[in-house]
Design a protein around this ligand. Structure first.
Ligand code: ADP
Ligand code: ZN
Ligand code: ZN
Length: 723
């Protein structure tokens, strides 16, 4: 037996493996992921490496292949920790060990280390404030944006100003020239961070204290706090203590909620000990951040799910804000769940794990009931301000009966009209995910589909059509491939269509649209949201992106156009998704001084997910939902394994999947299916699914291992767990 060993732990070096022979004595103990000591180079000096592959065949003359010397100790080094995590991820979520390693390791890129720069006040606070007010009065938006945080703090990091805040060098230079600000380098020492000058209220203090006192128990905490209850301040309080102990922390925030306001809050408390990553960052910058984490230059990493793999040596805390967000589930192999990986990482290094949400996932909330998680509640808003508005539910069937065929109910139309008259802003939300224009024939109704996948092609501005699933592109046909008619046209559905209708109905309103199409560029959504916040439009139309974590002081109306769309999805979690989206959408209105209004249009006005969201009542939703999950034995009341079978031959696939279903069906295991997947074929492969349910995950891991042994030729199986 032979093992492929990597010595250098970095993605760039993953393909450079060295083959060693596995001595007979070690056969049973060497597996993928095992740390080993190997003689290396001419001097045969022993070095530590990791086994990434095992095979029967020697790649060189057998005589020239050296033996593995021994199995190395697992140490507490960050390399061992990360390789161990990759090993665990592969076990849990499948895929290859390389996939798992690529997920946990940063891509190594040569980078020039830039000195860290900050923008600092040179003039007095009063002078800055005066300049700020002047900029606001003159409607110099970028200048105002730059000065606003500097009214209350001494500095902001240059990289945030030029990056997330989108402020040009010219703007910064203007104030440097005027003697108000200066740009300076900071090297070496930590600086900044004047700490927390907010006094926590009793609930917040309690929550922070509980985490600090009980973190030794090894249980995750769920911080369940209504919108505006001050969860971030609680995280910050806990962070202060963890940092004071010389440990580090990771704070996960969904990408879209990772605004510069959020970042500045952390910088304000912790100065340049804070680092951040986001998905549009250059790989070299990302790598630099990882290096800083590794060598101790930063102690807090803020970012989306990938920040979980920050190589901190002495991790003391992981926070996952908005823990119910789907973006914490990886969409590429290995399809890991950030909360589960975080739990594993926290456990391994005895760090505390804090999940926070105003509307927790059913899974996490249930765990507070079973005692696996510790529940912390914040029930009051931290700042005096408008209470969250109660939403009105409009029955669209009744609208139709009384002769209103428009997409706007009378109530919503009235509300928009008033909102515009008062010069406030409105958000109209369509809870449908990335739906862009497709091509169809007006004569025969044929929809142009991808030749390789069971999905329609979408139309691009370039004039080409593209398959969003496999990337296949083709020029737009001139005539219908089915009937030859030349009346073939792109249908802008979803948001684009709504935008048109809004413009028609309210010709004087300035309308902006935010969806997958309008946010493709580097700072796509940031630009649109900033423009909307600065009042450049009266109405923002968009998909679920518009409802996540942004504060617009002037928004007083939120309209949900068709609340049922996400209820119709054939998944057991459809009601939960709908509830989260609607509750978040409703939370957008009247955040500031002005009272808000929320209108939810629906064809199912008595569905509990809608009623609970309208009432902003999480527990009411949870009570109903968990009853249904128990009855139907869906997660979190049972564990479920989704088995997706892929094959070029549909009939053979169905037959084989039936066999597999029979083979695993048993006393403790129930099996649903096989049935064709929602997408019947993709990338020229037919797709069939099985659902396997059992009480515990261990049972299902066993089922998966057995299925993996049985995979028939010509069929690929993909597995996905939910618990
Ligand atoms: P959440 O994340 O729970 O929605 P935030 O942490 O964003 O809430 O806090 C909402 C607002 O309340 C923020 O402006 C924050 O600065 C403020 N805030 C939080 N805690 C306090 C407190 N104890 N006293 C005064 N203001 C607070
Ligand atoms: Zn046709
Ligand atoms: Zn395709």
């Amino acid at each position: 037996m032979y093992a492929d060993v990597i010595i250098d732990i970095s993605v760039a070096a993953l393909d450079r493996t060295f083959q060693y022979r596995i001595p007979d004595l070690l056969r049973d103990s060497v597996e993928i992921g095992t740390p080993v000591m190997i003689p290396f180079g001419a001097s045969d000096k022993l070095r530590k490496g990791y086994v990434v592959g095992i095979g029967e065949e020697p790649k060189f003359e057998p005589g020239r292949t050296k033996d593995i010397a021994r199995i190395a100790e697992r140490e507490l080094t960050i390399e061992d920790t990360m390789v161990g995590l990759a090993y665990w991820i592969r076990k849990q979520y499948g895929g290859t060990f390389y996939d798992a390693l690529r997920t946990v390791l940063p891509v190594r890129k040569k980078v020039q280390k830039q000195p860290k720069r900050i923008i600092r006040r040179r003039a007095s606070e009063d002078d800055i404030r005066t300049a700020y007010q002047e900029a606001v009065a003159k409607k110099h938006k970028a200048k105002a944006r730059l000065l606003e945080p500097l009214c209350t703090q001494d500095f902001i990091p240059y990289e945030i100003a030029s990056g997330k805040m989108n402020i040009t060098k010219a703007t910064i230079d203007f104030y440097v020239g005027a003697g108000l600000l200066e740009v300076s380098n900071t090297t070496g020492e930590f600086f900044g961070g004047d700490g927390l000058n907010i006094v926590l209220n009793e609930e917040q203090q309690n929550a922070a204290d509980t985490v600090l006192q009980r973190r030794g128990e090894g249980k995750p905490f769920l911080l369940f706090g209504i919108t505006g209850s001050g969860k971030t301040e609680v995280y910050i309080k806990i962070l202060e203590q963890v940092l004071a102990e010389g440990k580090q922390a990771i704070v996960l925030i969904p990408e879209i909620a990772l605004t510069y306001q959020t970042l500045l809050r952390f910088y304000r408390c912790f100065g340049d000990r804070v680092g951040y990553v986001h998905s549009k960052m250059a790989l070299s910058e990302r790598y630099l951040m990882c290096e800083k984490a590794r060598n101790g230059e930063i102690s807090v990493m803020i970012g989306p799910r990938s920040a979980l793999f920050t190589p901190f040596q002495n991790l003391g805390l992981i926070v996952i804000d908005e823990e119910q967000e789907l973006s914490y589930h990886s969409e590429t192999t290995p399809k890991y769940y950030a909360d589960e990986v975080a739990r594993k990482r926290a456990k391994d290094c005895s760090a505390a794990l804090v999940l926070g949400s105003a509307t927790p996932s059913v899974k996490s909330f249930r765990r507070t009931e079973t005692g696996e998680y510790i529940l912390l509640s914040l029930t009051k808003r931290a700042k005096d301000g408008a209470e969250l508005p109660k939403a009105a539910i409009v029955d669209m069937r009744a609208e139709l009966e009384s002769g209103n065929r428009s997409i706007f109910s009378r109530k919503l139309r009235q509300a928009i009209t008033e909102c515009l008259q008062e010069h406030r802003q409105a958000m109209l939300f369509l809870n449908r995910r990335g739906f862009s224009g497709f091509l169809s024939c007006r004569s025969c109704g044929e929809v142009i589909k991808c030749p390789h996948c069971d999905v329609s092609m979408t139309v691009h501005r370039s004039g080409n059509m593209q398959c969003h699933y496999c990337g296949h592109t083709a020029p737009m046909p001139k005539v219908c491939p089915s009937c030859g008619s030349k009346y073939i046209a792109a249908f802008g559905t979803g948001t684009q269509k709504i935008e048109e209708l809004v413009k028609k109905e309210f010709p004087n309103a300035r309308v902006m649209r935010m969806d997958a199409d309008t946010t493709k560029g580097k700072d796509g959504y940031e630009t649109i949201l900033t423009a909307f916040a600065e009042g450049k439009a009266d109405i923002l139309v968009g998909t679920q992106m518009i409802v996540k974590g942004h504060d617009f002081g002037n928004v007083t109306l939120v309209g949900v156009l068709a609340a049922d769309l996400s209820l119709g999805v054939p998944e057991y979690s459809a009601a939960e998704r709908t509830f989260h989206l609607l509750a978040q959408a409703a939370g957008r209105a009247g955040r500031d001084r002005f009272p808000g209004q929320v209108v939810i249009q629906t064809y199912r006005p008595d569905h509990y997910a809608l009623l609970a969201a309208a009432a902003q009542d999480y527990r009411m939703f949870y009570k109903q939902e968990i009853r249904y999950r128990k009855l139907a034995q869906y997660p979190p009341c049972a564990c479920m394994l989704r088995v997706l079978g892929l094959s070029k031959e549909e009939e053979a696939l169905t037959a084989k999947m039936k066999e597999l279903a029979e083979a695993v069906r048993g006393e403790n295991v129930s099996v649903l299916g096989p049935a064709p997947d929602g997408m019947r074929y993709a990338m020229d492969m037919f797709r069939t699914v099985l659902y396997v349910k059992a009480a515990g995950k261990e049972t299902l891991l066993g089922v998966r291992d057995r299925l993996e042994q049985m995979v028939p030729e010509g069929i690929t199986l993909q597995f996905e767990f939910s618990e």
